[in-house]
Every structure is written in structure tokens, then in C-alpha cells.
Design a protein around this ligand. Structure first.
Ligand SMILES: C[S@@+](CC[C@H](N)C(=O)[O-])C[C@H]1O[C@@H](n2cnc3c(N)ncnc32)[C@H](O)[C@@H]1O
Length: 256
């Protein structure tokens, strides 16, 4: 049975599936929902065994990509896995890719993308607000993906410095302002994705995309419904996230 070692990064998962990332070398600290955690005391525990932490029962596990995402602190509205999955597939983002992102927010999408492009690819994230940038960087360092991300304190609607990038992903209030820059930054065949909560934003973005050589322009919305399985039967959950955002995609060519 593999045991937790010194200097390892682990995830603590409670019975309500709340999780946090811990570096076993860290000093004791209070973690919301977990109380005071003594990271060094985790060394020697068996991965996967249930153990007591204060008044809680928890599992100690090696962190998965989802654990890293689920351990982030949140500040701005984040992109959820159901939408991130669509971005990854529709933009064909694979290991080794260079992906430009604007803006970083809490670093939620960044964390998912960084784990896809790692170890040789990079996410280059444009963020115009220093407070969000600092907050997101702390998050990225804590969950262990900072090595795969370069953060620029820059307004993405003023320009993108990179060229020949595989994808540009926009989660800003005025994505149409970055469409021309995205076309210039993308390699031929590369994709742009834009996430917007409002239809009016989608319309402005699509109209802007149509001014440049972009093809395969499409907008989708992803709805996700959880199923509850009990001894009495199976039904959809009463709770459903009504709306997150619309996703618009397009692909760069030289001429339409
Ligand atoms: C909704 S948040 C992004 C959330 C992020 N996608 C996530 O999953 O955590 C929007 C971010 O874009 C930043 N932003 C807005 N306009 C921008 C621009 N023109 N250039 C760069 N960043 C911008 C905001 O400061 C904010 O941090």
C-alpha cells in the first residue's frame, strides 16, 4: 500500500466531497471546512484509507486533475468543467499546445487547461487586473500547475503578443474587442473560443468573427443534469444549474 511521503502534494477529501490540496512539508494552518491541519502528520498514512481529522472523516489521496480544480479558491465567476470540456474538445486542445487565455479570473479554466497542455505546452493568460492576477497565481502555485502558465498583466483587447498559437480562449465582458488580435495570434487551423453569459455578447462576438477569415462559427450551450440513484429508484436531481454561459467557437483560415 502506497504511503504519504515527505514533500508530497496530497488532497484531503471529506465525506461531502469537499477537498483541499496540502503540501506535506507545510506548517500547520487553518483551512476552511477542515479546521487546523498539521500537514507533517499526514506523512506515513496510507493513500485511500479513511482517517480522522479533528471531528471529520477524510480520505488522503494523490491529487487528480479534478481535485486540483476543485481545491481552488474562487473570486470571480469561474468556468465550470462542463464548459471547460467543450472548450477543450471544440478547440482540439492537446498536450504540448500553446493556448492564450483572457482573463485569468480565479484561474479555474487556467488550471484545467494547464493540466491538458503540460508538460511541454503553456497557457499564456492575459489579465488586466493586478488583484485577480495575484489571486490566481497563488491558486495556481497551491494546486501545482504554475509551471505551465505564464501570466501577463495586459488588456487582451489591446493586442496579443504571441503568434502561431493553437487556441485563444476568451472569458471577458467584451470578447469582440479581442477577435482581430486573436486572428493574428492564431496559427492557421487554430481555434478561438469565447464564453459569455449573455446572448447580446454572443451576437456582437459572432458579428465580429464574421468580419475576419474565420470558419466553422458556432454557438452552443451545455446543460448538465445529475442523476440521483437510491434504493427506491433513480431520478434527476431536483437541483440543476440553470445557466452558466454560451460558448462560441470559430477556426482561423486565410480566406473565407
Ligand atoms: C469572469 S473572470 C474569468 C474567470 C476565469 N475564466 C476562470 O475560470 O476562473 C473575467 C476576468 O477577465 C478579466 N478581464 C476583463 N477584461 C479583460 C481584458 N480586456 N483583458 C484581460 N483581462 C480582462 C477580469 O479582470 C477578470 O479577472
Amino acid at each position: 500500500m502506497k504511503k504519504v511521503g515527505k514533500g508530497e502534494v496530497v488532497v484531503l477529501l471529506d465525506e461531502k466531497w469537499k477537498r483541499c490540496i496540502i503540501h506535506t512539508d507545510d506548517e500547520p494552518r487553518k483551512i476552511k471546512g477542515f479546521g487546523v491541519v498539521y500537514p507533517k502528520k499526514l506523512v506515513g498514512l496510507s493513500y485511500g484509507e479513511k482517517t480522522t481529522l479533528g471531528t471529520k472523516q477524510i480520505w488522503v489521496l494523490p491529487p487528480s486533475a479534478y481535485d486540483r480544480w476543485g481545491s481552488l479558491k474562487r473570486k470571480a465567476q469561474i468556468i465550470l468543467p462542463k464548459d471547460a470540456a467543450q472548450i477543450i474538445v471544440n478547440c482540439s486542445i492537446v498536450p504540448g499546445n500553446i493556448v492564450v487565455e483572457g482573463g485569468i479570473g480565479s484561474g479555474s479554466l487556467t488550471t484545467i487547461l494547464a493540466q491538458i497542455v503540460a508538460p511541454n505546452g503553456r497557457v499564456i493568460s492575459y489579465e488586466k487586473r493586478r488583484d485577480f492576477m495575484d489571486f490566481a497565481i497563488k491558486n495556481l502555485v497551491n494546486v501545482g500547475v504554475a509551471d505551465y502558465v505564464k501570466v501577463r498583466e495586459q488588456d487582451i483587447t489591446s493586442g496579443i503578443d504571441e503568434r502561431e498559437v493553437d487556441a485563444v480562449v476568451l472569458d471577458i465582458p467584451d470578447p469582440w474587442g479581442a477577435v482581430e488580435h486573436s486572428w493574428k495570434a492564431l496559427k492557421v487551423g487554430g481555434s478561438i473560443a469565447s464564453y459569455s453569459p449573455l446572448i447580446s455578447q454572443v451576437e456582437k462576438t459572432v458579428n465580429e468573427l464574421k468580419k475576419y477569415p474565420f470558419i466553422e462559427i458556432k454557438t452552443i450551450e451545455t446543460l448538465q443534469r445529475e442523476m440521483v440513484v437510491s434504493k427506491y429508484g433513480t431520478r434527476p436531481s431536483f437541483d440543476m444549474l440553470g445557466h452558466t454561459g454560451y460558448l462560441t467557437f470559430a477556426r482561423k483560415v486565410l480566406k473565407t
